[in-house]
Design a protein around this ligand. Sequence first.
Ligand SMILES: Nc1ccn([C@@H]2O[C@H](COP(=O)(O)O)[C@@H](O)[C@H]2O)c(=O)n1
Length: 583
Amino acid sequence: SQPGATQSSAWPARPLVWGDVNFLFTTDTHGWLMGHTKSGPPEPNYSADFGDFLSFTTHMKSLAAEKGVDLLLIDSGDLHDGTGLTDGAPPGQPNAHESNKFIMRLPYDVLTPGNHELYQYASALDTYKSFVPHWSGKYISSNVHLTLPNTTNLIPFGSPYRKFLTTQGRRVTAFGVLFHFTMNARGTQVQSVEELVEQPWFAQAVEEEPDMFVVAGHMPVHMEEDPEVNVNDWPIVYYAIRQRHPETAIFIFGGHSHKRNCTVMDEHAIAIQGGRYMETVGWLSANLTEGGGYTRRYLDTNRNTYQYHTGTDEEDFDTLEGIELTQYITQLADVWNLHEVFGYAPQDWYLDRVEFPHKNSVLTLFLNDVLPTVLRLGAPERSNIPLLAIFNRGSIRYDIYQGPFTRNDQYTVMPFKNQFFYVTVPWAVGRRVVDEANKKREDQARLRDAMRMAMPSLPQPSEVPFPLPGAQTVLGGPKEPKEDEPLTLGYVTQDLCEGYADDTPHLSIGGLDRADDFHSSPPLPISDDTLMDVVFPSFVAQPIVDALNRLFPGQNYTVAGLEKYMKWGSEDVFEVYAREKWN
Ligand SMILES: Nc1ccn([C@@H]2O[C@H](COP(=O)(O)O)[C@@H](O)[C@H]2O)c(=O)n1
């Protein structure tokens, strides 16, 4: 792992149960290739870096070969937007250009893009040119297309599908599916999942019966409260395959909601996903012969986990390639100055453990102090005008831990490069913008829910042989810790499949389901007709402009007509604040 990373003191509770077909899977890694290096709990549980992960997958592939079984490695997208390694490149270089080279060192069998691969045309194009070719057909994007500069023809972003033989000779048909993402950059196209399954080429690809279908997709395998994330179109893909092949095995690997979860779809189909930020490596094993059945496990990403499951120790775990990858990651972090300290955070602030406006919520810190401080510093000429700052919760991505706050931390909290726009309106209008923008979101969510209800519901699985014979130890709740083995803080997963699936037992860190809605700084004690500045990030300019136009008819606000509030963008905000307040 990376120099200075605090190692985990926790260990897995029991060995993995292998089937004849096995999968390791990642999703929503968002650039956390350095692993989690802080000492505050639960960070040490996720302290392995991508070099460790490479050593782990190498040992696991060898174990599979020794056992004469298959092991496939899958990723379900969102490789960048989340750390300095992916987003801290010098100006002009597309996100993830360097970090993608690290990912290319891993032996993935199937990869698929997430929505973050498509927000910016420059990074989508760079992925297409520099990353996709390396995979020789393994990077699959069944419903994503792109146009090359100065052309109009849509071409597949990755391969539309992949048919291949596993090392044990099993025939696989694989697809890669992204939810119907609509905020993609001009020059990229995402087909809806309904449209995808109607394509003649899709019907043709599905027609021939393989031993198993493997579908990696950037959509959650469960329903979510948040309409931004509640984009579970898996039943559409599932039915499109099931109609033709009633009993063929289907393995679905989801993502996007940043949670561990699992759903049994029928006796021969299961959908599963790991969490986010390289905190989880998922494990799924199945017997396609000998009466079927599955086991699953959510592995914490630390060296204890990796060594325990590969029967190695500090002496023989690291492979040369793994050590080399760790060193390359360290070098890039050094070259890009990611460990530069901007200030010292006086306490922890959490994203998901406490609710806004709790004093330990990173959202509270951001709205009540960070944003007002930085906006005032950034536009001193407007400091006599009252200010209402608005932001979208989804732009804040992670906790802040007490101690040195570095350039990399700035990217883990707020990786996006959004400008700040403003309009000057009477307080009577300004104070209603956030509610109005959120109301529209809720209306859209209701519409989407209504469409979803029109879809056939999933059949109830009957008598699903879950888990695999020999996996009974997985059932019955968390293993009781020994008295001298205190539990550490971490994830305690309750997914929708049978039994207990966390690999290492923990005391629950908690976690809240939140909508990616709009929030604003505290109300101002001013009269309704006082003019004020409403400031918001460019990413949400359209919904805020729409809300303003509904509240203030006749003004005709447009995104193109908006002015920048200050020179700093969202990626600068925490640096400016930490230098000012924590230094
Ligand atoms: N330029 C951007 C891009 C995205 N966001 C926020 O990220 C959310 C999507 O992230 P997921 O991991 O859930 O896919 C999006 O809804 C925005 O809130 C942003 O702020 N700026």
